[in-house]
Design a protein around this ligand. Structure first.
Ligand SMILES: [Zn+2]
Length: 310
């Protein structure tokens, strides 16, 4: 019998580690220079998207340091020249069934501001492969690499990035509900929100001193720096501000494709959530939405959004 599908040979754990050691030995590999120099339009759009009104960057002709990764993004159809020592390893992990991916660490170091007109070039170094390890998401490998962005030969910024590449666990539907694999991180800043969701309330954090609303919740008011906080209960209505359709990679506990939306609330904040009960082709920016509460397992309830009549 012959199989029509091309099958890539499974690599053993030792072979994956050998490949990782080979990638580490390559050291830092310079990628292609940025397609565009550090420029005003990209900075302006980024500041706009982040809601950062600080005029200092454009006044001084420098880019916000957190834009470090922006200049060398490979684009929708990466060219062969954009390949880094990380790609072969991630491809091998994918071919061995470790198709799930979740970023676990991102540490950025800024050496100085990138100035208008500078062309940045990334240098990528694969540093470590750890695993296989058993995690809540499934068995997987932690892959770590660093990227340094250079102007000529001067480092401007660097980043350590670590992902968990895991074999997604596909469980058959059981009568007893398994715990939803992606549990929210509940802490002292966010507990009120999740308590609200369980009680059928969509709560927005507010500053107890100046009344400023903020979401996602945080420890301090960005307006008046007060640490006193309380919350209001939102009407539950919203408008779709922006969205993406998630097709890949697989997400544990979810059926793809699904819609991840930014929902604008009439109260004045935006929330990220899923649009449900609506064919994906009918989802559109500006559509009126109403919150709905979906039990994901025996304990977790997630707020999601369904279409409503305007
Ligand atoms: Zn305040």
């Amino acid at each position: 019998m012959t199989a029509e599908i091309t099958e890539q040979r499974e690599m053993t754990d030792e072979e994956l580690h050998e490949l990782a050691a080979k990638q580490v030995a390559l050291g830092e590999l310079r990628g292609a220079p940025a397609a565009d120099p550090v420029n005003v339009p990209m900075i302006r759009h980024w500041l706009d998207a982040m809601g950062d009104a600080n005029p200092a960057y454009l006044d001084q002709g420098v880019a916000p340091p957190a834009m470090a990764q922006v200049w060398n993004m490979p684009g929708v159809r990466p060219a062969a020249k954009d390949r880094s020592p990380v790609d072969d390893l991630l491809a091998a992990l994918n071919a061995n069934g470790y198709t799930g991916v979740v970023a676990t660490n991102c540490e950025q170091t800024y050496h100085r501001y990138a100035r208008l007109g500078e062309v940045l070039t990334p240098g990528t170094r694969f540093t470590d492969l750890a695993g296989p390890k058993r995690t809540a998401l499934g068995v997987g490998y932690f892959a770590t690499w660093t990227v340094t962005w250079y102007s000529e030969d001067e480092p401007v910024a660097e980043m350590l990035f670590r992902v968990l590449k895991f074999r997604p666990v596909t469980r058959p539907v059981k009568e007893e509900r398994a715990a939803y694999p992606l549990q929210p991180a509940v802490n002292q800043d966010t507990a009120f929100f999740w308590d609200g969701v369980r009680a059928g309330e969509l709560r927005i954090q507010t500053c107890a001193d100046c009344g400023e609303l903020r979401h996602p919740p945080g420890p301090m008011c960005p307006q008046c720096r007060s640490a006193n906080r309380t919350h209001v209960v939102a009407s539950g209505e919203g408008t779709l501000y922006s969205y993406v359709v998630h097709h890949h990679p697989p997400v544990p506990g979810r059926v793809t494709p699904f819609v991840v939306a930014v929902v604008e609330l009439p109260e004045g904040v935006r929330m990220v959530g899923n649009v449900v009960d609506c064919p994906i082709e009918e989802v559109g920016v500006g559509m009126p939405l109403r919150v709905t509460y979906r039990p994901m397992d025996d304990r977790l309830v997630l707020p999601m959004w369904t279409p409503r009549e305007p």
